[in-house]
Design a protein around this ligand. Structure first.
Ligand SMILES: *Cc1c(COP(=O)(O)O)cnc(C)c1O
Length: 474
């Protein structure tokens, strides 16, 4: 991953040889041991082994939290080799760190679960930083001159922050055109909007909050026939329900602040990519190992790095991801079915409901990982996550009354929590983009977004019932 030529001294070569042995051992461990585990085992252990613990971390059974800015070296040869990226090292915590290393490996392995090729991961300080660092290398590279037109395609139904980043920061400020896809299930719309200046295709699925969805494999195939990568934000699904890289996507961005760290201790993100991705940007290192490329070069220079403490807190939450997603998805299904029957509810949007227009398509992709190996199920089962939304009859005023009447469910612009959380997107997450932007993204003012946590679903239903009836009486 070196970005310049360096002269290698004999002393440096000794370090390189020693580290090559280490890398070969690690590759063998991944191939022969870790890749053979089921999802839960990978989530619990990742790449942190008993051997690592005993040899390097005094036997600590939990991954180390290295709250240190930098690493000391034995001598100048080791330092020179490390700084030229010739040996695995961590050097300085803006670039790498042992705690973020284990977090990155866990996510690379979980997103790569069931995928034949190799994946790698770059941790970031937030989901927005993940999106920024995933898209910029494709956009900022100029083949001819800086005034060359550049565009990309993105699903209009997306997270409010993503909408701002693409429409204001990229389009308005840098004149890089974002071509919004109104109906991502319409392959012709994607195809029509690609031209020779297109750099990548981007899609969020399921989308937050509208439950948009598209055929990942078909869009990835389309992207690849044009030599372009497909980038997917799969924050809402998490790798417990969907692993887009297996279905052809090149890069996945995660806001790990959400369901991945359901306890809600802080903000963090990740970019996970297949090795050998498709792109028309002629940078070999980028194509060969995108996540390590951004980690060691652009992100070294921009600095959107993750704090080691946050990395381990998120890693700790991720260990139980599969069972939590199963429980919270089942509860969300129950709450959705109940809301659908409620006289004060205009409509419910949840991909798990059979009458949702995208239910069939989503059911092809959203499966609880390893359900077929689970004693409880013994066969594949669909799960649709814990984000849903519903529209209240009676307009924006009544909607706010219902929202204000919630007692158990927290009012916050948050989701993915172990605690149930609700928001009104039109006055919160999607407030900045204005009326026209909300229309484009399909956000009516009477929409309440609800993310069902791990409480007993009957208590959540009781809270909703009280709030809905209370709003009617007022
Ligand atoms: C929250 C969210 C983001 C942004 O992530 P942060 O960690 O808050 O920066 C991006 N995409 C989706 C789908 C989200 O829900």
């Amino acid at each position: 991953m070196a970005d310049r030529d360096v002269e290698i001294t004999p002393g440096m070569q000794r370090y390189i040889d020693r580290n090559d042995e280490y890398l070969a051992r690690r590759a063998g461990y991944i191939r022969d041991v870790v890749k053979k585990w089921r999802f839960d085992t990978i989530a619990v252990h990742g790449l942190y082994s008993v051997q690592d613990a005993i040899e390097d971390y005094q036997g600590s059974i939990i991954e180390p939290i290295f709250m240190s800015t930098s690493q000391a070296f034995r001598d100048s040869d080791e330092m020179a080799a490390a700084l030229a990226y010739l040996i695995p090292s961590w050097t300085y915590s803006r670039i790498a760190n042992p705690s973020t290393y284990y977090y990155e490996w866990a996510l690379a392995l979980l997103e790569g679960y069931g995928f034949d090729g190799e994946t790698s991961c770059c941790s970031t300080s937030s989901g927005m930083a993940a999106i920024m660092t995933a898209v910029q290398p494709f956009l900022l590279h100029t083949r001819h001159d800086v005034h060359e037109p550049r565009n990309f395609l993105a699903t209009a139904q997306c997270y409010g922050g993503t909408f701002q980043q693409f429409s204001v920061r990229l389009q308005q400020e840098r004149d890089i055109e974002c071509r919004w896809i109104q109906d991502p299930t319409d392959l012709d719309e994607w195809a029509r909007k690609i031209d020779r200046h297109t750099r990548f295709l981007y899609g969020e699925l399921p989308s937050n909050p509208q439950q948009g969805f598209f055929d990942v494999q078909a869009v990835a195939d389309l992207a690849h026939t044009h030599g372009l990568p497909l980038i997917v934000d799969s924050t809402i699904a998490t790798p417990a329900l969907l692993r887009p890289i297996r279905h052809g996507a090149d890069i996945v961005v995660q806001s790990a602040s959400k369901t991945l760290s359901s306890s809600g201790f802080g903000i963090c993100g990740a970019v996970i990519a297949r090795k050998g991705l498709v792109t028309n940007v002629p940078i070999d290192a980028l194509r060969e190992d995108f996540a390590l490329y951004i980690k060691y070069l652009p992100n070294r220079d921009y600095g959107p790095n993750l704090h080691p403490l946050q990395a381990i807190m998120t890693l700790n939450d991720m260990r139980t991801l599969r069972s939590k997603m199963d429980l919270m998805s089942r509860s969300t299904m129950k709450v959705s079915e109940w809301l659908e029957r409620h006289p004060m509810v205009e409509r419910v949007e949840y991909l798990g409901l059979p009458d949702h227009p995208l239910h069939g398509l989503a059911s092809r992709y959203l499966w609880l990982v390893d359900a077929e190996h689970d004693d409880l199920y013994g066969k594949p089962v669909n799960r649709y996550g814990h984000l849903m939304s519903f529209c209240v009859k009676g307009g924006a005023g009544t909607t706010r009354k219902v929202f204000d009447g919630l007692e158990r469910i927290w009012r916050a612009t948050d989701l993915g929590r172990i605690k149930s959380v609700a928001t009104i997107p039109a006055i919160s997450t999607h407030q900045q983009q204005g009326e026209a932007g909300r229309k484009l993204a399909g956000i009516p003012p009477n929409l309440i977004r609800l993310c069902v946590g791990a409480e007993h679903p009957d208590d959540i239903i009781a809270d909703l019932d009280r709030a809905l009836l209370g709003a009617q009486k007022k």
